[in-house]
Structures are given as structure tokens and as C-alpha cells.
Design a protein around this ligand. Structure first.
Ligand code: DPP
Ligand code: ZN
Length: 845
């Protein structure tokens, strides 16, 4: 397969005035009639042949201006001669949604028709210039028996077994959507700031009624927030969301008809955890916010994916921060960024926020494009300030509404709105790798100097790196713990740079990279005492938490490398946090948690030590045990004090209390044999507490009866059963992991064709660091067996799962060889998909 290059971009030779589609639905023989009005694109080279993309389509007829034509067909589309000037293309194709297991294009899920067209699924529906810079209004007619027939835009006409929809907003084909099925609406209304009424509906399967209230509430809050924060109003008469059980991704922002993985819509207190509620809120917001950042202003080509994704992630983070807690949200996001994006950036899959080449674009919906893309926006906002940021965004919407844009357009808006030269900053989009930031300090005659040095290690295809523009937010504390210099932004642009603070009476303690102001790895030799001091005294919640995290990491490293025991400085500092009632419970819960085993493997590898997964896991357990013993007085008090009385509500305050309570329960379970957890399992009336209890039990090797009871209680609920599978996969003991995986995948409820279920087991194993890397390599082999099996059916999910092997270079030579051999076997599979082929080739390097 050939790589697509950013440098090869050329505009499409034709524009489209209107697309009219008619669907005659049938599971095995759906007919799609397309009538498309083309005319030459004045901005492109004139062409008398037209290329249309198409895959797995049976062409029944093709006409231009009413005359039959004979296009030249090939594997990826067709070419046809066209007249001079405007013309109308008409084609009828037949497709088989029931046989579409890739879940891309038009497919079926539980008897319901649905679509997924991002990035290039529309070419499996009809012949079309399937690229985001070709935008058109769509008129869609659906003929089908299903009671609910939906497409984008506004409804224009309904009748017996048909529906017509019109979407007046020109859009790229990746935003097309169609849904047909036996669905129940959860209706509501919203009135925009300008007074326009919008009919809102969330469609779910019969039986799931009553599980859409929270998503609806989140949607209305998102709509209001985008009006108030960005001045963005909704622009159609209706906004529909549909929950689908079989979905490769989280959700999709199709114009006026968002389609969601049901996992991110359906919730009830009995079936969803606090974390599920928070994800639903965030993803509903994310997809809604795409209406402006993605749909009204879209991407010129797929290299610009971060233009919509980085910005929309940034916007949904701001929203969640406003709805809940900015401090907690920032910490959560940094934990995720390090776990996923730093990990990616440190291995063979490292790529820039804007890649310059791909084989399969679906492989670039990555943590780098999304999360690092959002970090880049956050840095930009910090550098220009809040007011200028919003001025630039206003200009962006004003200048580019209705267009397909590039990163250059985005940066030009900031340059024009602020007068700032952003050339150096633009390297964040093109240079891959995580910068290492080294810090030395100096104090003399009342002057305190911070010397910074940055370096970005080589990454695939990029050996030489220049310095990045780093916004470094810094505060200074006096040795007594008072803040003497409040948060100040230092702007680093060179490889080496120093900043001074004058007029200080004594050497201060620096609080560096407040709010995690740049996505870098901070490297600074510091003492346990100083970290404990910052954990106790820092005013910035992120750096306060970070100090505790660094303490825990240092302790774990010494436990792994020197068999050291955790010292009192760490344990006492932790106890002070645990006892500090002035802190937000959600924050306290985060501060008491340890870095994951995967984080520790990365930290050890960064320090030149080959990580041993079993030792890391043993150290984690030993440290948790020590903490539990050290905090044995205070944990039961926390557990009692954080009880939330009354009926369950998913609000952030109650959720924060439950989170801290769960942290206490998890620690106490290390020393009480699971007594309290078993009691909580009996009495829990909500999934957060039920799941919390059973997790504690399984983690300490107990809970067999509870797992059975849980299964019997929930065997009818797909989303809850996913949790049951994921829990066992994620917490299997290293020696049992291969057997556990076999038992789970042989279970009658292991519906491996359902991406959520597949991910719950195979992804659960991937998250079980010691289990995945158990020394015999048997788990690697089993995972590969499953990827070989899934690939012909669902290349996208298979390719995504290969990232569990992206860190192979960290480990000892035995593991490296076993992983390489296992991946080699996948690579050699007859007929391997382009998706998986590209990923395996990149991972193996
Ligand atoms: N564009 C989608 C999103 O919202 C991709 N599934 O991220
Ligand atoms: Zn998105």
C-alpha cells in the first residue's frame, strides 16, 4: 500500500452544489441512489476526467446529465470522462450492511442500520470524492420499514416507511450519517441564546429507556456552555443522538446526528460508575462542540486532524473543569497524557501532532493528535492570555466559517489577532517526541536563578530536533512555606536559558511547571524533603499533587532496584494529605494513588534500568501494603466520614467523596482480608460502590463468590458485563493471566465481534502490566491469536489493539524476542489488513 503525503495535497477539480441520496434499505441488498451536481472548481487545475472513491460497491448504473456512461472501475474507485462545465452525476449501487463487520460505512448493529463515515467510510456507501475539503449540502431520502429513520439536518418529509432529511450546511462526507431501527426517543428541547427552539432527542434501544437522562442533561449544559464561553450557537431545528452497541470508537460528531458508542450514553445509578458519568458528560460535550470546531470549520485534509480534535479536546477539558474541578481535571488529564501520549511518543509509533504521511488514516486517531494536540492549544492560550485567545477564536469563526482549513490558517488567526510571531511555536505541530527539561538552580546575594536546558530525543524519521517554545509557569515559596512569588510565566525559546528573580532574602523553593504548563518531562535532582515540603505547602494543586507523585515514584524505583523500604518522610507526608480535611476529597484520592506499573516501567527505562514487570508489581503491592499499615488509624475514619447518605446522585461532589472512600477501602482491603469490601458489596445500591467493592476483593485474590453473584445479577446488561470481563482480565495475577484469558475468551458471553467486549478482555489484559508481560510469553501469543482472528472482520479495532506492544523496546531481550516473534506472526498473516499491516510495520521499526 502506498503512503499518502501531506506534500502531495492538491485541491479537488470539482465542487458540489448538492448531493441527493436515496436509500432503499435491505440488510443484504441496500440500494443507494446518488444524484450529485458537480461543477469545475475554479481553484483547481481543470480536468475532463473525474475520480470518485468507492470500495466494496456493486455499481448498477451510472449516468452523466441523464446519459448512461461507462466508468473505469478499480479496487478503490472509478474514473469517468466528464463534460466541460457543470454536470449531474447519477449512480445506483448495491451494498450489504449485514455483511459489514468492519463497522465502517453502513452496517448493522442489533438489527439497526447505522453508519460510521469518519475518516473514509462514505466510500463504502456510494462513489464520491471522499475527502474533507469537498463540502456540500445533503438531501437524503430513506425508504425502510423501521419505525425510526434518521439522517443529518432537519426533517422535511415523513410518511409510511420513508423519511426525508435536508442538511443545509455544506459538509464533508465524513459527517454523513444514517440510522434506521426500532428505537425509543428520549426527547427534550433547548432554546438558543437567539431564541431559536431546538428539538433534542437521544435514541436508545427498547429496554434502555430511562438511561439517557444524564446524557441529555450533559447535552443541554454543553449547548449553554458553548454559547456562554465561545459565543457558539446551535444551527439546526433538531439535534439527535443515537446510542449504538457495536462501535469502533467512542462517538462521532455527524452533523445534527451524533452516533455514540452506547457506553458513553447509557447510565443509571445501578449500572454506571461515577467515572462512566464523567466520561458521558465529557464525550457528549466533545461531540457537541465539534459542531463548530470540526463541522462548521472542518479540515482541509486528514493531516490536519488535530485542527478539530486537539481544539475540541481542549474545549471539552475546559467544560469539564468548569462543571467539576479544574484542579482534579488537570491532574486526571496529565495522568492520561503520560500514560498514553508520552508512552506513544517514546516508542516506535511516535509522530508529530500533524503527521506528514500515513498509509491508513484510521491509525492516526491517536493520543498525540488528540491529547498532545490539546496541550498545544493550552500552551498557546497560556502564551497569549485568555482575552487574546478568545479574540483569536472569534476571528477564527468569523474568517473560516464554512471552510476546510489547515494548521497554518489556525496559527495565522492567532498571529493576526495578537501580533505575535508564531513561527517558532508552530514546531509543536511538526516535531515529534517529548522534550526533556533539565533544571538547575543558583542563589547568590538575593538573586535566584533557574537554568533550563531542553532537549527532544530522536524519534522515527526525525533525528535532529530544534528547541520548542515552552511556557513554564513557576511560583516560589519561602522555606517557611509562604508563597513569595506567585505564578509567573517564563517563556523558554532556546535550548538553554536562564531566568532570575531578584530581591529575595533567602533561597526559595521553586514550584515548577505549575498546571503542567508544557507537555515535557521535567528532570530535576531534588530531595525527598523538598518534595514532601511541596506536597504540604504548594498552592498550585497540580504541582502539589505532582510532588507526591514524584515521591511515590522515587520510593518505588528504590524498592525495585535496591529492595529498599519506604521511608518515614514519604509515609508521613502521605498521612498529612490523608488527614487534611481542608483538601477536596477528589484531590486527596488522587494524591493517595500510586503511579501505575506501566508508568513505573517507563520511569525505570528512562533511567536506564530494564523494567522487570513482576518486580514492579511486587513493589506496588508492597508499597500499598505499607501505606495501608501506616494509615491504619485514619483510613477507617475516612471510610466512615466519606459515606454519602441518601439516594445516589452523579454530581461531582458526591463522586469525589466516593472516590476518596474507595481509595480508603482499597487500602484497608490489603490488611483486613476484604472484610469491609465484602460488606460493601452486599449493601451497595449503585454501580460505583458495587464495582469498587468487587475490585478490592479481586485485587487481593478474593471475590470468587461475588464475581458469580455479579454475573448472575447482570448477565442481561452488555455494558455491565463488559466491566465484569475487564475486571478479571485487568486484575489476573501474573501466573494466572494466560488461564484467565483463556477462561474469559471461552466464556459464552465473550462476543468477540463486539468491539466493547473484545476491548474489555484484550484491552483489560493490556492494562494488566505484569500479567501481559508474564515471563513465558504465553499471553503475548494468545493476544496475537485474537488479533489474527479479528483482523479480517474488523481491521480498525485490530490495528488499534496492536499498540499494546508499542513498548517492547523497554524490556529484556527474552521478552523483546518473544514480542517480535509474536508480532512477526501477525505480520505474516495471509491477507492482513492495511490498517494492521501499517501498525505492525511501524511497531517493529
Ligand atoms: N471525530 C470523532 C471524535 O469525536 C472520532 N471518533 O473524536
Ligand atoms: Zn473529536
Amino acid at each position: 500500500p502506498r503512503a499518502v503525503l501531506l506534500s502531495d495535497y492538491a485541491p479537488y477539480p470539482f465542487e458540489i452544489d448538492e448531493v441527493r441520496l436515496t436509500f432503499r434499505l435491505d440488510p443484504h441488498a441496500t440500494r443507494v441512489l446518488a444524484r450529485i451536481a458537480f461543477r469545475p472548481n475554479p481553484a483547481a487545475e481543470p480536468s475532463r476526467t473525474m475520480r470518485l472513491d468507492g470500495e466494496a460497491l456493486k455499481l448498477l448504473s451510472a449516468l452523466i446529465d441523464g446519459e448512461e456512461v461507462e466508468p473505469r472501475l478499480d479496487d478503490t474507485g472509478l474514473t469517468v470522462d466528464v463534460p466541460d462545465g457543470a454536470f449531474v452525476w447519477e449512480a445506483e449501487v448495491e451494498i450489504s450492511p449485514a455483511d459489514n463487520t468492519a463497522l465502517e460505512g453502513l452496517y448493522m448493529s442489533n438489527g439497526m442500520y447505522c453508519t460510521q463515515c469518519e475518516a473514509e467510510g462514505f466510500r463504502k456507501i456510494t462513489y464520491y470524492p471522499n475527502r474533507p475539503d469537498v463540502m456540500a449540502p445533503f438531501h437524503v431520502r430513506i425508504d425502510g420499514e423501521a419505525p425510526v429513520l434518521l439522517s443529518n439536518g432537519n426533517p422535511v418529509h415523513f410518511g409510511e416507511a420513508f423519511a426525508e432529511w435536508h442538511d443545509p450546511w455544506p459538509k464533508p462526507a465524513y459527517l454523513f450519517a444514517l440510522v434506521a431501527g426500532d428505537l425509543v426517543a428520549h426527547p427534550d428541547t433547548f432554546t438558543t441564546k437567539s431564541g431559536l427552539p431546538v428539538a433534542l432527542n437521544i435514541y436508545v434501544r427498547p429496554g434502555d429507556e430511562g438511561k439517557a437522562d444524564y446524557a441529555m442533561d450533559a447535552l443541554k449544559r454543553s449547548m449553554r456552555w458553548d454559547e456562554e464561553t465561545y459565543g457558539r450557537e446551535y444551527d439546526l431545528d433538531v439535534f439527535n443522538i443515537v446510542a449504538v452497541d457495536d462501535f469502533n470508537m467512542g462517538a462521532m460528531e455527524n452533523k445534527g446526528l451524533n452516533i455514540f458508542n452506547s457506553k458513553y450514553v447509557l447510565a443509571s445509578p445501578e449500572t454506571a460508575t461515577d467515572r462512566d458519568y464523567e466520561l458521558i458528560e465529557g464525550i457528549i460535550a466533545h461531540e457537541y462542540f465539534h459542531n463548530w470546531t470540526g463541522n462548521r470549520i472542518t479540515c482541509r485534509d486528514w493531516f490536519q486532524l488535530c485542527l478539530k480534535e486537539g481544539l475540541t479536546v481542549f474545549r471539552d477539558r475546559e467544560f469539564t473543569g468548569d462543571q467539576r474541578s479544574h484542579a482534579v481535571k488537570r491532574i486526571d488529564d496529565v495522568v492520561m497524557l503520560r500514560a498514553r501520549q508520552f508512552r506513544e511518543d517514546n516508542g516506535p509509533l511516535s509522530h508529530p501532532v500533524r503527521p506528514s504521511s500515513y498509509i491508513e488514516i484510521n491509525n492516526f486517531y491517536t493520543a498525540t493528535v488528540y491529547e498532545k494536540g490539546a496541550e498545544v492549544i493550552g500552551m498557546l492560550k497560556r502564551l497569549v492570555g485568555d482575552e487574546a485567545y478568545h479574540r483569536a477564536l472569534d476571528l477564527y469563526f468569523e474568517r473560516h466559517d464554512g471552510q476546510a482549513c489547515t494548521v497554518e490558517d489556525w496559527l495565522a488567526v492567532f498571529q493576526d489577532a495578537t501580533g505575535r510571531d508564531l513561527h517558532a511555536f508552530s514546531h509543536w505541530y511538526t516535531q515529534s517526541g517529548t522534550p526533556r527539561l533539565r533544571v538547575l538552580e543558583e542563589f547568590e546575594d538575593g538573586t535566584y536563578t533557574l537554568h533550563f536546558q531542553q532537549e527532544t530525543p530522536p524519534t522515527p524519521g526525525q533525528d535532529e530536533k530544534g528547541p520548542q517554545v515552552l511556557p513554564i509557569a513557576v511560583g516560589l515559596l519561602s522555606p517557611e512555606g509562604d508563597e513569595i512569588v506567585p505564578t509567573t510565566l517564563l517563556e523558554m525559546t532556546e535550548s538553554e536559558q536562564s531566568f532570575t528573580f531578584e530581591g529575595l532574602s533567602e533561597k526559595p523553593v521553586p514550584s515548577l511547571l505549575r498546571g503542567f504548563s508544557a507537555p515535557v518531562i521535567l528532570d530535576r535532582a531534588t530531595s525527598t524533603e523538598e518534595r514532601a515540603f511541596l506536597l504540604a505547602n504548594d498552592t498550585d494543586p497540580f504541582t502539589k499533587w505532582e510532588a507526591g507523585r514524584a515521591l511515590a515514584r522515587d520510593v518505588l524505583i528504590r524498592m525495585v532496584t535496591d529492595d529498599a523500604q519506604p521511608g518515614p518522610a514519604y509515609l508521613d507526608a502521605l498521612e498529612r494529605v490523608a488527614r487534611d480535611d481542608t483538601l477536596d476529597p477528589a484531590f486527596r484520592s488522587l494524591a493517595l494513588a500510586l503511579p501505575s506499573d506501566d508508568d513505573m516501567a517507563q520511569a525505570l527505562a528512562d533511567g536506564g534500568v530494564t523494567p522487570d514487570p513482576l518486580r514492579i508489581n511486587a513493589a506496588n503491592r508492597a508499597l500499598n501494603q505499607k501505606i495501608a499499615e501506616h494509615l491504619s488509624d485514619v483510613l477507617p475514619q475516612i471510610y466512615e466520614a466519606m459515606e454519602v447518605v441518601g439516594p445516589y446522585t452523579p454530581d461531582p461532589k458526591a463522586a469525589g467523596r466516593r472516590s476518596l472512600r474507595q481509595t480508603a477501602l482499597a487500602l484497608m482491603s490489603r490488611t483486613d482480608g476484604g472484610k469491609r469490601a465484602a460488606r460493601q458489596f452486599e449493601t451497595a445500591d449503585n454501580m460505583t460502590e458495587q464495582m469498587g467493592a468487587i475490585t478490592c476483593l479481586v485485587r487481593i485474590g478474593e471475590g470468587a463468590d461475588q464475581l458469580d453473584a455479579f454475573f448472575r445479577q447482570w448477565d442481561h446488561d452488555r455494558l455491565v458485563l463488559d466491566k465484569w470481563f475487564a475486571l478479571q482480565a485487568g486484575l489476573a495475577k501474573p501466573g494466572d493471566t494466560a488461564d484467565t484469558m483463556r477462561r474469559l475468551t471461552e466464556h459464552p458471553n465473550f462476543d468477540w465481534k463486539n468491539p466493547n467486549r473484545f476491548r474489555s478482555v484484550i484491552g483489560g489484559i493490556a492494562g494488566n502490566h505484569a500479567g501481559f508481560h508474564e515471563p513465558s510469553g504465553a499471553v503475548y501469543e494468545q493476544v496475537i491469536d485474537w488479533l489474527v482472528r479479528l483482523d479480517p472482520l474488523n481491521p480498525q479495532t485490530t490495528a488499534r489493539m496492536t499498540t499494546m506492544f508499542e513498548t517492547w523496546h523497554r524490556y529484556d531481550t527474552d521478552r523483546q524476542e518473544m514480542i517480535r516473534a509474536a508480532l512477526g506472526r501477525l505480520r505474516a498473516t495471509e491477507g492482513l489488513s492495511r490498517d494492521t499491516g501499517e501498525m505492525v510495520a511501524r511497531i517493529l521499526g
